[in-house]
Structure formats: C-alpha cells, structure tokens
Ligand binder design. Structure first.
Ligand code: BG6
Length: 503
C-alpha cells in the first residue's frame, strides 16, 4: 500500500452504498468499476460496502457481474484478477434496471437499497454517482432529491456529478441552482478527474512543502508559463459528444483552467476544501484572456495523417461528425492573471487531439540573468531556466539550467536535473478515480469543483465560445494528424518573441 493510501485510511470511511447512474456506460466500465476493484485489492473500501448500478438496459446481477469482470480484466491497474478478492468484490456488485425519469423506478431502487442495508450493514449512507450523458442530470438529481425513501434518516447522502457541468455560463448556473434545490453544496461533488491525479496534487506539495521554489514563483522571476495537454488519440466513438464540445469544453474549460489555477494560486491558510477552493476561485476571477491579437485563441482541426506510424482519418471523416463541422480539436490560448504575483506574466495553454504524443506538462520559464556574461562565446544563445512539472505519462519534475561544457572554453550548455516518480516511488500511482471516490465517501470536497469555481471557469470561457458562434474570433485551420497543431499556433506565440516547447 502506498504511504498516501495509508494516510487516507487514517481518515474514517463509513459503510455506504455507491449508486452509479449510467452503470452500463463507457465511463463506468473503463474507469469506475476498475477503480472500485483496485480499491478493494488495496483494502481501501469499507468492510460494509455495496455498489448498485442503475441503468436503462435490462440486465441481471449475474449478467452485470459477468460484464464488469471483462472490463476489470481489461482496464484494471492490478492484473491479473485476484480470484479471492474478486469472489468477495462480486458479491458487493448489484444491478438495478430503471428509467431515469420514472418516479416508480426510484422507489424500486430505494427498496433495493434498504434490502442491501439490512444484509450488508451499509447504515443508510448513500453516495449517488451520476455518470450518465448530461441530458439526464437534472432528472436524476430531482428524482433523488424528491424520493425520500432513497435517503433514510440517520444516514448521509452525497452526489457526484460528472463533467461536463453545463455547456456555458448560463447552463452551469441553472444546473447549480437546480442541484442546490435538493442538495447542500457540501453534499455535491463535481468531478474534474485531473484533480485526482497524483501529479496534479503534487503541484501544491511541490510549491508549498518546499522553501526554495515559492520565493521565485512570481512575476519578478517568471517570464511565462506554458501548459500543454496533448493527446495522440482522436475522438474515437464519441463523435456526437465531441461535436457539441470541442477541445474548449472538453479540456480547456475544466482540466486546463484547473492546472492554471493550481500553478498560480496563493498558499491556502489550510489544506481543507474551503481554503484551497477559495484560493483557486481568486485566481480564476483574476484571469483574463489576452485579446491584443484577435480574440486570443488559435483553433485547429485535425485532418488525415499518421500517428505513431498508423494512418488515421481526419476529424471530418470520423463517425457522427458533420462533413462541414466547425468543431475545434486543437486550441491555444493566452491568459493573464491580474494580481500582484502574476501581473504581466502570460500563461499560454495548448491542447489538442491527434498530436504526435500523449503528454501533459506545466513548464515555468524563468527570466534570463540580468547580464549575459557568457553569451558572446557560446554557440547557442543562453537558454532560460525552465522548471517542468510532468503530469503524464512520464510523471516527474525537471529543472533545466546552463552548465559549463568541459574544456578550456566557457561554453554553456543546457542540462537537466530530473526527478521521476517511477524510479523513486516504485509502486504505480492509483488512478485518479480511486482517490476521488474515496474522498467523496469521506465527504472531503477539496479535489472537487465548487459551484462558484465552475461558474468562474465558464465566465472566462463562455464569451470566447459566443464570439466564435457569432462569426468573430479565430479561424479553424486544419493540421495534419500527428503534427503539433496548426501553423497559426506557432505564429501566435512567436508574436510575443516566444515559442512552444519542443516535446
Ligand atoms: C476527458 C476528456 O475529460 O479527459 C477526454 O473528455 C480526454 O476527451 C480525457 O481524452 C483525458 O484524460 P487523461 O486522464 O487521459 O489525460
């Protein structure tokens, strides 16, 4: 067991039933059930625990257990399946067929949960996880809210809501209002799975558990910050979702802005949900898009090309995508954080599908020294210091600095000092969903997005999307799959005399 998991265990997990709406969906199969199984393998689930999967598709307990066994075999972090653990795990898994908008089906669900309470000692505690398409979020929250028998007295009830949380500021606000009619904010857990990633949590540890970095983490020393969320995959079979989303809603509005907020936030007064989220909201509210050139965005869409040696089709040829689609699969943006720490420091972010590789990183580029004593006799110009937080897949941290090349000259060469998670901490990090499910069971909202936080994110992004829809803003330029996005993205950063890092 990792030391981190040990720390979590010291907090008390109460018995509970996790009810997953959307139990036959992709997310449940690829992420949620494997996460539960891995938690079980690590001894992290409470002794008295059950999962009830709720979905429209007819199925039996036995049928569902057979289905999830296959997905666990495929997607679990711990392999192969441990038969002894599985035998016990399986008895905790249940399936309940039902319709998301039919009250009687929620009553039936409540009866099922009471029976499980009696058999498995789950004490009336309920964690409702909405992992369905967003169209049914409001129906589900309302029915849970109105079905009293789902929430027996003496037990707690909480609700996890998947992303996307709204499609713009107005819809996010109205969804918040709707959910608040039935649940207090402390009961609501809005997922951004990036916050559950080990390396994302480490941003705060790195910044605030070390004395040497924070003094230089500001406008006096930092030239700019560059964030990359690159994916080599395309949109797979999610065409109809992606057409309405694009990378702006899929990545930038949530994961991207969270990475900026964690990088830029002030130290919280404590590491609790209130203090951490207060600081992130302050950052989000002080951010603005730099629109000195156009609308401050560069949009692209992948065309056919080659990724990892494989010929792949372009976005317009993907299933469920309109032949003349104007959905962006690549986006670069530039933000400023208008506060005392960051005034004038650009935060660049780029994200795209079908780029040459999968990598997420935050690079802090520092200013050059005031006098370039060695520049006259160095072949290459002196390179600025860079501190890179590698979020995935090669998790680690590296610092680039200039070093004297051996020999009688004074040649300066950039070298790297590297820390790699893999070689230091031998055990693989738990999946983000493992951490997030446990935190929700504990009632700890630190790694979830608060109502005002999600609205602050949309306040930044909604006007950009409105601009695109009204025909203003950047054009969509095609880029060949397997390349680093549209050419305009290079021109965009070059206008500031800077360039994207070569990855
Ligand atoms: C999801 C997006 O939120 O994040 C996907 O909907 C994307 O389109 C995924 O592929 C990336 O997550 P990760 O953990 O693989 O970086």
């Amino acid at each position: 067991m990792s030391p981190e998991l040990g720390t979590i265990l010291m907090r008390t997990l109460s018995p509970n039933i996790l009810v997953i709406f959307g139990a036959s969906g992709d997310l449940t199969h690829r992420k949620l059930i494997p996460a539960l199984y891995n938690l079980m393998c690590d001894g992290m689930l409470p002794e008295n625990f059950a999962m009830v999967g709720f979905a429209r598709k007819p199925n039996t307990n036995e049928g569902y257990r057979a289905d999830i066994r296959q997905t666990v075999e495929k997607f679990s972090r711990t392999k192969p399946i441990n038969e002894a653990v599985w035998a016990r795990f399986e008895t905790m898994m249940h399936y309940q067929q039902g319709d998301y908008s039919t009250s009687a089906d929620y009553e039936k669900l409540a009866e099922r949960l009471s029976t499980i309470d009696a058999a498995q000692g789950t004490n009336g505690n309920r964690l409702f996880y909405i992992a369905t398409p967003p169209e049914v979020y409001t129906a589900i929250t309302e029915h849970i809210g109105l079905t009293q028998s789902l929430k027996p007295e003496g037990g707690w009830s909480r609700i996890i809501i998947e992303k996307p949380f709204g499609t713009d500021l107005a819809s996010a606000r109205s969804l918040n209002e709707h959910v608040h009619r039935f649940f207090d904010e402390q009961q609501i857990f809005r997922i951004d799975h990036y916050l559950g990633k080990e390396t994302v949590q480490n941003i705060l540890v790195f910044r605030f558990a070390n004395g040497i970095f924070e003094p230089i983490w500001n406008r006096n020393y930092v030239d700019h910050v560059q964030i990359t969320v690159a994916e080599d995959i395309g949109i797979g079979n999610r065409g109809s979702y992606y057409e309405k989303s694009g990378v702006v809603r899929d990545i930038i509005q949530n994961h991207g802005l969270q990475l900026i907020a964690l990088t830029a936030m002030e130290p919280p007064i404590e590491l609790d949900a209130l203090s951490v989220r207060n600081e992130k909201v302050k950052v989000l509210k002080s951010m603005r898009i730099d629109d000195a050139h156009g609308d401050g965005t560069v949009r692209g869409q992948y065309g056919p090309g080659k990724v990892d040696g494989q010929v792949v089709s372009g976005y317009l040829q993907e299933e469920q995508v309109a032949g003349d689609s104007q959905t962006e699969t690549y986006l670069a943006m530039k933000f400023y954080v208008d506060n005392w720490r960051w005034a004038g420091v650009p935060f660049y972010i780029r994200s795209g599908k079908r780029l040459p590789l999968r990598t997420t990183e935050i690079a802090i580029q520092f200013k050059l020294p005031p006098l370039l004593l060695f520049s006259h006799n160095t072949a290459a110009a002196i390179e600025p210091n860079e501190l890179v937080l590698n979020i995935q897949p090669e998790e680690g941290i590296s610092i680039k600095f200039g070093s004297k090349e051996p020999g009688s000259g004074e040649k300066v060469q950039p070298v790297n000092m590297n820390f790699a998670y893999g070689s230091t901490f031998k055990s693989p990090a738990p999946d983000a969903y493992e951490r997030l499910i446990i935190d929700a069971m504990l009632g700890d909202g630190t790694l979830f997005t608060r109502a005002d936080e999600v609205e602050a994110q949309w306040s930044l992004i909604s006007p950009v999307i409105d601009g695109w829809q009204s025909g203003s803003g950047s054009f969509i330029e095609q880029y060949r799959a397997g390349t680093w996005g549209p050419k305009a993205a290079n021109d965009f950063i070059a206008l500031d005399g800077r360039r994207w890092r070569t990855l």
